[in-house]
Design a protein around this ligand. Structure first.
Ligand code: ADP
Ligand code: MG
Ligand code: MG
Length: 899
């Protein structure tokens, strides 16, 4: 038979799935012999039944009654008894700590009789009525849905009448009146009397906790944190202890180390004569824990002893809640404490030094997301005022620059040495130059996976998107936020870590970790900051244990050099698009417009030396390491002028009786001819190579000649040719023949044997499904997981992300955008299949991933498990991928920790 209720003594920290984090850790403390008020926990399983059926599981009431009877027996007091009644707290607690669910209800069991019993003597009157007041208030708001503000109004007005600043200064008579008024408020608002029956209070509180699993705030939080909706929460019912029994009592919170810097030592806050959340609610000023030492050294020492034991036991930073009732210390909660990225690295390092955990365990306890955060400069919190607006913290870091409203202006000002913030309603590929030129990108629309966010992250640019309080007037070159209007040229500070925007320049603090990587990531100097040493130690360990290699997506020599400094062992994706842009567009146009082979070849011949120079510089920056060059992928019309613009030019000329520029007319005809309904699924990738004669040959010749040049200069170039968007082995075969022909020609002509592996991207389901055959003609596979996600789901990324992804996330179709974190079930399955069949057909086939997922901390582990040889990602993400690859290698290896 399924059990739904467990006494504390029956649980333990390993049962968090069933008892929730709070319940499991309370049980653990009981096991350790720490002073915990007795209680029991109702399982998440019971909550799941409630969520599925709308009713608690049959038998739950009976189980609760049995456990309650045991509590009562042990305490020698009963719930609802008139003289000195047993009181209870009802606390929610899911597997993962989760704000947004029902607030804890304290002092359950009080009613108009029990309150007199609790008071007993005149000295306890105030305390008893204060507790009753809290119960009516907490139960009224959380279970009965009364607006909290109505209770606060009553409190404030009584305080006002008495000229006191907070409720701690009200006496028993005031509190009696307040309780009466509170009950009136409840009746008025709900049409129902406050339930005076303690068992009804308990039952309703438990059900309310179950129901709160689906509260709006809880759902929003789960979505953001990727916590599955099906887990449910446990409910803990616990004997009350009272921190509000006078000056020799109080409540507090404490950490075993500083959670923001990681510094060792006990940290915490304490509030005398207080209960529950008083200490963190900010209504009264808490005092540092030191104050407890002064007031009650015995309790303080005891607390420090418990904190030490907890940290030793959990072998990590612990965060606890405690209460002192008339000189007796009670532990009310503990958990592994949340911490900043810096503290995570610092504490992991300290625990290694203290011999508490192994370096491997330390590596498990940090993550790539945290490392990324450490790499960005930050605003000095002390220097920031009120933000102008808030949005999605899309790409972390801090940037200062003047507001500009279009790409051209961004480029112009940046060229003149100004720092700019590009402000747009949203961005499109047209804004790319401006994004490159800007320090930060700020948009009023779109979420974490919008174009702006994705591109900015890839570039390591600061980005806040979806700041919907901004009304961006691109034509007027200004935006307004509330009643503030910001004109072009105004200085803004953009905090991509917190999603905040400020007017003016907030002072910055440099990231020492970024400097460490920029300097090549070697052993830090004697006087290096601790955080650098902590990072270095774990990076070294990650590199030592990881199996996955890390390469970079880099299109320029500068990016290649940076990637190398950041630890990339080659380029996994070198896009050639930019080699056809800028002034080179003219040659592309000429090639497309060419009337005959000779004209086309002439245009291509102009491009060749330019590309050769580009390739040589990149090969030089990555000398000795593989450089995977992808043949031109985007549709050719992307390199032609905008169709509408051309049409307008031609129409204007015609309207004014002039002859339109023949080049315009020809271009317009070409653009019209080449227009596609779905360019993503059109003439692109390998397809262009097969239908535009000379295009593949020119690129390969440029690459091969660059290789020759590097060899002659004494280098060790390792170029690879990668064919995009292959769906059929025949496509690859045809291109491969041409590549080999050109390589042979260049080798013959130069006398230098140019050998380039030729491989393919796997970015169409058909390619994955026929991987065995494709592998016969491929020296390597590189998974283009962006396109593979688009084509597997049938999503056009640019169209879906803004249009309906928020709704999809909301409805739980997926809990992370598949463009952000690899969809393991679908896309991942294709990857696994292609790796297995590809390797079966060609043992030793090299496999990697060059989609953005290669740098996503949540996806690297999957690629490790799938057996890929490498991941390739943007240079800024390389350290993140290295760290995550190390962590992935440790997963499944049981912790052979010290001690
Ligand atoms: P949260 O999940 O928000 O931390 P808790 O369940 O920890 O909520 O409860 C909120 C507050 O009530 C905490 O300060 C806790 O210490 C206090 N509290 C909970 N149970 C009891 C109890 N049995 N006796 C006294 N205080 C309690
Ligand atoms: Mg708590
Ligand atoms: Mg692609």
């Amino acid at each position: 038979m399924v059990r739904y209720v467990y006494d504390f003594a029956e649980g333990g920290r390993d049962r968090a799935d069933l008892l929730g984090g709070k319940g499991a850790n309370l049980a653990e403390m009981v096991r350790m012999g720490l002073p915990v008020p007795p209680g029991f926990t109702i399982t998440t399983e019971a909550c799941r039944v409630f969520l599925e059926t709308g009713a608690p599981p049959p038998g739950l009431d009976g189980e609760i009654a049995a456990h309650l009877a045991r509590l009562e027996q042990a305490a020698g007091r009963r719930l609802g008894q008139v003289d000195d009644p047993l009181l209870l707290s009802v606390r929610s607690g899911a597997r993962y700590s989760m704000p947004g669910m029902m607030e804890t209800i304290l002092d359950i069991g009080l009613n108009e009789y029990a309150v007199l019993g609790l008071a007993k003597s005149p000295a306890r009157e105030r305390f008893a009525w204060d507790s009753y007041r809290r119960l009516v208030q907490m139960f009224g708001t959380t279970v009965m849905g009364v607006d909290e503000a109505l209770f606060e109004d009553v409190l404030r007005s009584v305080e006002h009448q008495h000229h006191v600043v907070d409720e701690a200064h009200l006496d028993a008579c005031d509190l009696i009146r307040i309780v009466e008024t509170f009950k009136d408020v409840v009746k008025e608002q709900t049409g129902e009397d406050f339930p005076e029956d303690p068992h009804e209070q308990l039952r309703r509180a438990v059900l309310a906790v179950f129901g709160s699993w689906n509260a709006e705030r809880a759902r929003v939080y789960r979505r953001r944190e990727h916590i599955p909706d099906g887990l449910g929460t446990a409910v803990t019912v616990q004997t009350m202890v009272f921190g509000n029994r006078g000056e020799d009592s109080g409540s507090g919170v404490a950490f075993t180390r500083d959670p923001s810097t990681g510094a060792p030592g006990v940290y915490g806050d304490y509030l005398p004569n207080a209960q529950g959340e008083d200490v963190v609610s900010g209504t009264r000023d808490a005092v540092p824990l030191e104050e407890l030492r002064r007031r009650d050294p015995a309790s303080y020492d005891e607390l420090c002893g418990h904190l030490r034991r907890l940290e030793e036991h959990y072998r990590d930073l612990c965060d606890i809640e405690f209460t002192v009732e008339r000189g007796t210390l009670w532990m009310l909660q503990t958990r592994i404490g949340k911490r900043t990225a810096q503290a995570a690295f610092a504490i992991a390092g300290q625990l290694v030094d203290e011999g508490v955990i192994s370096v491997d365990e330390a590596l498990r306890r940090v993550d790539g997301e945290g490392l990324a955060r450490l790499m960005f400069p930050r605003f000095d919190a002390a220097g920031a005022g009120e933000p102008l607006a808030r949005g999605v913290a899309a790409s972390p870091g801090a940037a200062v620059g003047v507001a500009v409203f279009d790409s051209a202006e961004a480029v112009r000002r940046a060229a003149a040495g100004e720092h700019v913030v590009l402000v747009r309603p949203e961005t499109t590929p047209d804004d790319l130059p401006g994004m490159v030129a800007a320090q930060a990108v700020l948009t009023s629309r779109g979420g974490k996976t919008s174009h702006a966010a994705v591109v900015a992250r890839g570039m390591g640019k600061v980005c806040v998107c979806g700041a919907d309080a901004l009304a961006v007037d691109v034509r007027g070159r200004r935006f307004s936020a509330g009643d503030v209007t910001v004109e072009e040229g105004t200085v803004l500070s953009v905090d991509g870590s917190d999603g905040l925007v400020y007017e003016g320049a907030v002072p910055l603090v440099d990231s020492v970790v970024m400097r460490y990587f920029e300097d090549g990531g070697g052993p830090p100097a004697e006087d290096a900051e601790q955080v650098v040493r902590d990072v270095h130690r774990l990076m070294e360990r990650a590199d030592a244990v990881r199996r996955l290699e890390v390469r970079a997506n880099a299109d320029t020599p500068e990016d290649a050099a940076r990637a190398r400094r950041f630890g990339a062992r080659g380029i996994g994706l070198c896009r050639t698009e930019h080699m056809f842009l800028g002034e080179r567009r003219a040659y592309v146009e000429a090639m497309i417009l060419a009337a005959d082979d000779a004209g086309r070849d002439a245009a291509l011949a102009e491009l060749l030396p330019l590309q050769r120079r580009d390739f040589a510089a990149i090969l030089e920056a990555m000398d000795g390491l593989p450089v995977t060059v992808r043949l031109l992928d985007p549709p050719l019309h992307e390199f032609l002028p905008d169709r509408t613009e051309l049409a307008v030019r031609v129409a204007r000329a015609e309207a004014s009786g002039r002859e339109p520029d023949p080049r315009d007319t020809a271009l317009l005809a070409a653009v019209t001819r080449m227009r596609e309904e779905n360019p993503m699924l059109g003439l692109r990738g390998v397809r262009i190579g097969l239908v535009v004669p000379g295009l593949v040959a020119t690129q390969v010749r440029a690459l091969a000649e660059a290789v020759v040049e590097r060899v002659r200069a004494g280098g060790a170039p390792r170029a690879q040719v990668m064919v995009p968007l292959v769906g059929s082995v025949t496509e690859l075969h045809l291109v491969r023949e041409e590549v080999e022909r050109v390589l042979a020609e260049v080798s013959r002509a130069s006398g230098v044997a140019v050998e380039c592996p030729v491989g393919t991207m796997i970015e169409l389901p058909r390619a994955a499904l026929t991987a065995g055959r494709i592998a016969r003609d491929a020296d390597f596979f590189s998974f283009g997981t962006n396109d593979l996600t688009q084509t597997t789901w049938g999503f056009s990324r640019d169209d879906v992300e803004a249009a309906f992804f928020p709704a999809y996330l909301d409805k739980g179709v997926f809990d992370a955008s598949p463009f952000e974190t690899l969809d393991r079930e679908g896309v991942g399955r294709l990857v696994e299949l292609a790796v297995a069949e590809g390797r079966a057909a060609r043992p030793g086939l090299e496999t990697g991933v060059c989609g953005e997922h290669g740098g996503d901390p949540g996806s690297v582990g999957f690629f490790h498990d799938a057996g890929l040889d490498y991941v390739s990602c943007s240079p800024f993400r390389v350290p993140v991928a290295r760290l995550e690859a190390g962590r992935a290698a440790l997963r499944g290896v049981s912790g052979s920790d010290a001690r």
